[in-house]
Structures are given as C-alpha cells and as structure tokens.
Design a protein around this ligand. Sequence first.
Ligand code: PLP
Length: 420
Amino acid sequence: MPKKTFPLSAAQLEELARKHATPFHLYDEAAIRANARALKAAFAWNPGFREYYAVKAAPNPFLLKILKSEGFGMDCSSLPELVLSETVGVRGEEVIFTSNDTPAEEFVAAVKLGAIVNLDDITHIPFLEKHAGLPELVCCRYNPGKLKEGNAIIGHPEEAKYGFTRAQLFEGYRILRDKGVKRFGLHTMVASNELDAAYFIETAQLLFDLVAEISAQLGIRFEFVNIGGGIGIPYKPEQEPVDLNRVGEGIRSLYAEKIEKTGLAPLDIRMECGRMVTGPYGWLVSRVLHRKSTYKDYVGLDACMANLMRPALYGAYHHISVPAKEHLPHDFVCDVTGSLCENNDKFAIDRALPRVEPGDLVIIHDAGAHGHAMGFNYNAKLRSAELLLRENGEVVQIRRAETIADYFATLDFESLKTFA
Ligand SMILES: *Cc1c(COP(=O)(O)O)cnc(C)c1O
C-alpha cells in the first residue's frame, strides 16, 4: 500500500482549501528540517561537510531561510539565484556558483559576492580572468565521459554538455596554479534522481582518486570535493529512499583509505542536492473541475503543467491521492489532466484512483522540488501560490498566486494606444 504521506487530515485540508484558492503548493517545514538534519548527520564524521541547496529546485526565499538556519549553503547558477541567496543572508563561500554557458556579468557578480566559482570549461579560465579576475579559490567541474555511466534523466556523461574532460582538468588546474590561484575544489555531477546509494559512493571514489593524482602531479592541495546533487526520491510508493547513512559511511571508509592514509586530509565533502532536500515535503493541491468519458475516462483538475510540468516533460510519475476517498477501492482508471491546449498536459495516464467527482481535492505528491519552480506561462496560465506549514501547525503563504496583472506586467499598453 502507498507509503505516501501528507501532513494534514482530509478535513484540515478541506478547511485550508476554503481559505486559500486551489491550486497551491504546500511545504512542510518540520519535515524539511528533519530531513536536513538527517543529511548532515550522515556526514557528521567530516567536519567541513556542507550541503549547498540547489536553489533552482525551489527558489523561494522562505524555504531558503529555513535551509540556511539548518546550516546549508546555496548552489546558484544564475544572477537572480545569487541575489536570492544574498537576500536570505547566505554569503561568501556559503554559496557555490555552478553555472554553464555563463554570461560575463554573472561571473562578475559571483566573484564580487565571494561565492565559490565552479568553472564548467577550460575556456572559462581566461574568460573569468578577463571579466572578473581570478579569485583565490577556484573549483572545476569534471565530466568523466565514458568512465561513468549516466542515468535516464541526465543521460550519458559523454553526451552531457557539462564539465571538463580529464585531460582538460589537469591542464586547467596547472593554468590556475601558474596564475596564482591558491585554493582548489573539484566537482562533478553525474546523476539525477538516482536511488542507488552505491552511485554516490562511486562518485566520491572517482573524485578522491582524481584529487590524489592531480595533487601529486601539480603539487596543489584540494580543500574540497563536491559530489554534486542528484540524490533521487521515491516518487513511486513501492520505491525506497536513498539510505543517507549508507552513502555517508561508504564515503567515510573510502576517505579513510584514499584521503587520510595518503596525507590528503582534511578534505571537505560537499554536495549540492535539490530534489531530495525539499521534493518529498512539498505537495501540489488541486481540485477536480470535471470528469469526462470519451474513449477514455478523464479527470480535469484546476492545476495544469504550469504548476508542475515533470509528468508532461519527462513522463515522470507523481503519486496522486484523494484524501477524502483513500479508503475506497482504487478501481477508476483515468488520465488526470490540466487545462492547457496541449495533449501532454497530464499529471497521470491510466492511473487507478478512487471514484473522484468534481469538487474533490487531490494531492500530487513529491512536488517540493522542480515543481513550482519549473512553472511557465504558456497558454496564459498563471502560477499558483506557495504555502508553508510551520512547525507550530500554522499555515502561512510564502508566495501569492500570479494575477492577470502579473502576466501583463511586461507589456506597455500605453504605447499600444498610439501603435498603428
Ligand atoms: C540541478 C543541479 C543540482 C541539483 O540536482 P537535484 O537532482 O535537484 O539534486 C545540483 N547541481 C547542479 C550543477 C545542477 O545542475
């Protein structure tokens, strides 16, 4: 049976939905904090451990402030994300700027803020030097190519646009050393939504071996390795979450052998997960508008792809529950759709649900990362509000829903009057 949870009872949710128009995203502060502590505990053996939350996953400053208070840094890849991190007081080396195809002004801003700059390419060394100057600390992103298998979302590393090749990495650090850079980090990200703990242990091993080789060859010292994000979440009820303690312990024993014994310690373990940090603790709440039966049965919601596009974009599974009817048999097979004029605007295809009716509230699970953030305005659909369930049980709005005025805000209707 589904292990999917939701922090409110059906009656509490109905009451909330009377106060706040559906659709909305709801996040659970207590669960986010407990999970953040579990991640830190798994790496407590490494005193310099830090998780940099991938801001793109849920760029809401209220959520970022919670994560900051748990000791997380921020992983940013654009100027607005850097600004957002600064707004909540995450500064300097608590920020890593992991970007690609980077505009000069974004490097300038990152260096000015004192963020750790993580370079995506060897040509970015002279580019960064020219536009922003080389900071004292530089990190480079490794793409292991055929040395490492990818997974379904990120594909094969050799097909991915990110990072330096192995040869470029040796050359890049040599150039950086010769130009006077003193402090070094090494980064890779080879997975996305990966549920196999062994994958992250292998990634650490790959980086530990490289740190040893590059340090020996170039006579430089690494301060940290960043194993990237990509820890998956169990979107399907039958899946198991990644055992964080297993990841932490696996990396710990490799660290003892490959870093401590070889005199390369201390080396800080860093990561930049987004999905596993907030994903399971955010839900999209929507109401059924219509039920139609043609060649198939359809349930039409008041939410659409603008609120959560992963199912339409990747065919991703998101569990759907109907709180008031979960006790009933799940014998109604239907497609759950939004209202976009795009046939792929579906949250689920051929899903067995209880017999839902117009007016029922439905919950789409695991929408706390890459959910609201991916929203877009195609078909003039407006993005929904974000609510936060505080630890004291109170629900606060942390982002209002868009209005038609927001949608029109970039248009100049005054100049339209005289436009012929
Ligand atoms: C997207 C991304 C992340 C976060 O990935 P998750 O799958 O959300 O953990 C981290 N680092 C980089 C460079 C990314 O592009």
